[in-house]
Design a protein around this ligand. Structure first.
Ligand code: NAP
Length: 280
């Protein structure tokens, strides 16, 4: 039997409608949640991501402020921009869209965001809380993946989870979230030997690599829940995930599509983080 499709777009729409109600509840308490997005440079993909985030804010009633800066922006200008937003009581969440222009030390800028307003969950304080098992603001993509797994009715406890990719924004925080839900977690990366065999042992398999169709059907355990984080632009302009959808679909129990899987959930979790930050 072909895998069931884990529809991130539909689940994200549910989250957004919940967020809309939450905005109304907060309004009764005199709180108007506000998100600031800093976009530096001309990266076309970043522009699309930011546009989608700002649009989602509009749909839920969260105020958004887009701060656009030229690609020649200095690190000091970015630092002063972050400092201003940190001090602004009308702004509850600050998102610095990555990548930043190459002359800027991105880690320094991200570290300058107040941990209480760090809706991307990238600040060392928030990452540290996650490691300690007391998560506060959790990175959006891993949070969205956990929500998708929960929605599929796949309880991580006791199951084998394999995360391919160890980035700070996806792979590592996701491994910690799965561990917190009592999965037995293996993290793979570019130096991993026997990737195929390790992947085949997974009840929950997540690909966050950035290599089109890296995961094929023969790497998947029958009935496994497969989550595709990858967004890869192919030569013909089309989008592909890290998972070979057709061959995996024939083996897996659940699989996320690209687009329409993890992407919309990332935005939905950003809005939830913003509401959490506003509520404090
Ligand atoms: P990244 O920082 O480039 O990390 C990629 C990871 O994959 C690294 O840990 C790397 O290993 C590992 N890797 C590379 N080649 C491999 C191979 N052949 N076998 C096994 N592991 C391999 O990427 P990222 O930021 O985590 O993003 C990963 C993908 O997810 C990208 O396509 C990105 O566009 C997408 N993404 C999507 C969303 C969304 O909302 N849908 C959000 C974020 C990212 P090493 O550490 O050894 O180099």
């Amino acid at each position: 039997m072909a895998a069931r499709i884990l529809d991130g777009k539909a689940l994200a729409a549910q989250v957004l409608s919940g967020a809309k109600k939450e905005v109304e509840r907060l309004a009764q308490r005199g709180i108007a949640p506000g998100l600031a997005v800093i976009l530096a440079g001309e990266d076309p993909a970043s522009r699309v991501y930011v546009r989608n985030k700002v649009r989602a804010c509009g749909e839920t009633g969260i105020r958004s402020r887009l701060v656009e800066l030229p690609s020649a922006v200095t690190e000091e200008k970015l630092m002063s921009c972050v400092a201003e937003l940190n001090a602004d009581p009308a702004i509850h969440g600050i998102l610095v869209q990555l990548p930043l222009p190459k002359q800027v030390d991105a880690a320094r800028v991200l570290d300058a965001v107040s941990p209480a307003k760090d809706v991307d969950g990238f600040h060392p304080e928030n990452l540290g809380a996650l490691v300690a098992g007391t998560p506060r603001l959790v990175p959006c993509t891993p949070a969205g993946i956990m929500r998708l797994i929960e929605h599929a009715g796949v309880a991580p406890a006791g199951r084998r989870a394999v995360v391919i990719g160890r980035s700070t924004i996806v792979g590592k925080p996701l491994a910690l979230l799965l561990l917190q839900k009592d999965a037995t977690v293996t993290v793979c990366h570019s130096k991993t030997r026997d990737l195929e065999e390790i992947a085949r042992g997974a009840d929950i398999l997540i690909a966050a690599v950035g290599r089109p169709k890296l995961v094929t059907g023969k790497m998947v355990k029958p009935g496994a829940c497969v989550i595709d984080v990858g967004i890869n632009r192919l030569a013909d302009g089309s989008l592909a995930g890290d998972v070979d959808f057709e061959s995996v679909r024939a083996v897996a129990g659940w699989v996320t599509p690209v687009p329409g899987g993890v992407g919309p959930m990332t935005i939905a979790m950003l809005l939830e983080n913003c509401l959490r930050a506003a509520e404090r």
